[in-house]
Design a protein around this ligand. Structure first.
Ligand SMILES: CC#C[C@H]1NC(N)=Nc2cc3[nH]c(NC)nc3cc21
Length: 371
């Protein structure tokens, strides 16, 4: 733990990196998976459980928290960490993606975005400066720049315009963020699936000398090979000595292949959202507990797991709970899935330290296929 924000590279294995991000509220072991805590809660989990599974950091969303409970109220209540009782690092997304994906966008110009709340239809305006101000009121440890997230499909001209706007907004966010030694503001590389725009965005952001960089605009439904190609295009132009965060990614397979390409940090709703809908991630692949074939299967999800949800409950019971739409079903599968995701990241970190990441990746993928 340090008074400043520091990223150290501890080991590499090919392009895979083992590192750690240290800051006053704690250290993030990378490669890291960040459970998504959109409105100040990792749905269906107690945050003590999330911590016990090995999470070093969780993600919050500026868009949702600005709508309720509101940033000034959160500040009056002592900040997000105090409110939700999570004393460890929190990364907050800036709102750009949620305005595009959730809100009713009314206007977008150089100043910022004006949108209608998906909660109550009220109009809100968010500028790069206001997004950073909100993330400051939340006392966020890693704050994301406000970016323009253009809805796909979009023309190359649209993608370029949004990427250039996001670069100008990154500069304004840097100015608004100022100098906060124990915190960081990350830039977000844009450019859609157009290589020269990705390179331009990464190079221009690198010149701003920010403390970390995200790759945005992926994991929005494109084929995995397109996502991987964009990572291969972008990473060489991202500073080696800064953390690299792939936003919204992903499945266990996505993360293995992205670590192999030099990515350090991930966030995704997959383990939590799909858990609530009956999908279990295990060392032997995915299991959809809604399926009738589990109705009398008394085996646990994974008797070798350290997680009670994977070890102590039968698939038959989980099937029953999911079919009956009982809360406990989603709770147990969320617990199992986050446990699997954190165990996978721990295995990745150890494999990189020991110089055997390629073998670890191949064995992991074989076990999924074995079922
Ligand atoms: C264009 C763009 C962009 C990125 N910009 C910001 N601020 N947040 C994101 C969150 C994401 N989640 C997913 N997939 C679920 N892709 C994302 C991309 C972004």
């Amino acid at each position: 733990m340090t008074e400043t924000f520091q990223f150290k590279l501890l080991a590499t294995d090919g392009k895979a990196r083992r590192g750690e991000v240290s800051m006053p509220r704690g250290t993030i072991r990378t490669p890291a998976f960040m459970p998504v805590g959109t409105v100040g809660t990792v749905k269906a989990m107690y945050l003590d459980q999330v911590r016990d599974l090995g999470a070093d950091i969780i993600l919050g969303n500026t868009y949702h928290l600005m709508l309720r409970p509101g940033p000034e109220r959160v500040a009056r209540l002592g900040g997000l960490h105090e409110l939700i009782r999570w004393p460890h690092p929190i990364l907050t997304d800036s709102g750009g993606f949620q305005v595009m994906s959730l809100a009713g966008l009314r206007k977008l110009d150089e100043k910022g975005v004006t949108f209608k709340s998906h909660v109550d239809g009220a109009l809100h305006h968010m500028s790069p400066e206001r997004s950073i101000e909100i993330q400051g009121l939340l006392d966020s440890d890693i704050q994301m720049q406000l970016d323009e997230c253009v809805a796909l499909p979009a023309s190359p001209k649209e993608i370029e315009r949004a990427m250039e706007m996001s670069l100008r907004w990154a500069e304004r966010c840097k100015t608004a963020f100022g100098d906060q030694p124990g915190k960081a503001m990350f830039g977000i590389v844009q450019g859609g699936d157009i290589p020269h725009l990705r390179v331009r965005s990464a190079q221009a952001l690198a010149e701003l000398n920010l403390k970390g960089y995200a790759i945005g605009g992926l994991a929005v439904g494109e084929p995995q090979e397109v996502m991987l190609d964009m990572i291969d295009t972008t990473v060489p132009h991202m500073p080696t000595e800064k953390p690299r965060y792939l936003m919204g990614v992903g499945t266990p397979d996505d993360m293995l292949k992205s670590v192999a390409r030099g990515i350090d940090m991930f966030d995704c709703v997959m383990p939590t959202r799909s858990g609530r809908h009956g999908l279990a991630f295990t060392r032997r692949g995915r299991i959809n507990l809604r399926n009738a074939r589990h109705a009398e299967d008394m085996r646990p999800l994974d008797e070798e797991s350290t997680c009670p949800a994977a070890r102590d409950y039968s698939r038959a019971y989980l099937h029953h709970l999911i079919r009956a739409n009982e809360s406990l079903g989603g709770m147990l599968l969320t617990w199992n899935n986050l446990s699997y995701y954190q165990d996978l990241m721990a295995g990745i970190r150890t494999a990189i330290e020991e110089g055997r990441f390629a073998d670890f990746m191949a064995e992991t993928q074989e076990n999924w296929a074995r079922g």
